[in-house]
Write a protein of this length. Structure first.
Length: 130
């Protein structure tokens, strides 16, 4: 069972760097890039496991969805975030994002989240008219 805080040897960046190698000296000498500072899918999943072991199912699901988004471009994430606001997207637009996340990024939980949002938005009447 993994416990919080995560052991330093288990934490890896998006590019696979160990936590100990991400420091100001390495930033200044150019051996740490912006990509090295991003969190890895595995680290997010470990945090989800810790949440689950603590009985926090919803937090685990949040970490799992976040882990699916690791390879999604920041601009696309921001675009989807904006479109998920009430009256910002049509049903078809949101369903297109769900398909994209599934087909291109294998982000199945995120796609389900968007489809669930579509159902709620339909009931509440907060989808954008065509």
């Amino acid at each position: 069972m993994v416990k919080y805080p995560l052991p330093k040897d288990k934490v890896r960046s998006y590019t696979g760097k160990k936590l100990d190698s991400i420091n100001m000296i390495n930033v200044l000498n150019g051996t740490v890039s912006p990509q090295d500072i991003k969190i890895s899918k595995e680290t997010l999943q470990l945090q989800g496991e810790i949440a689950s072991n603590s009985g926090r199912k919803q937090i685990k699901e949040n970490f799992n969805r976040a882990s699916e988004l690791i390879n999604v471009e920041d601009q696309l994430i921001l675009e989807i975030y904006d479109k998920l606001r009430p009256n910002r997207a049509t049903k078809d637009e949101l369903l297109d994002y769900a398909r994209l996340l599934e087909e291109k990024y294998m982000a199945f939980q995120c796609a389900k989240f968007i489809r669930d949002a579509v159902s709620v938005y339909e009931r509440r009447g907060i989808l954008k008219d065509r």
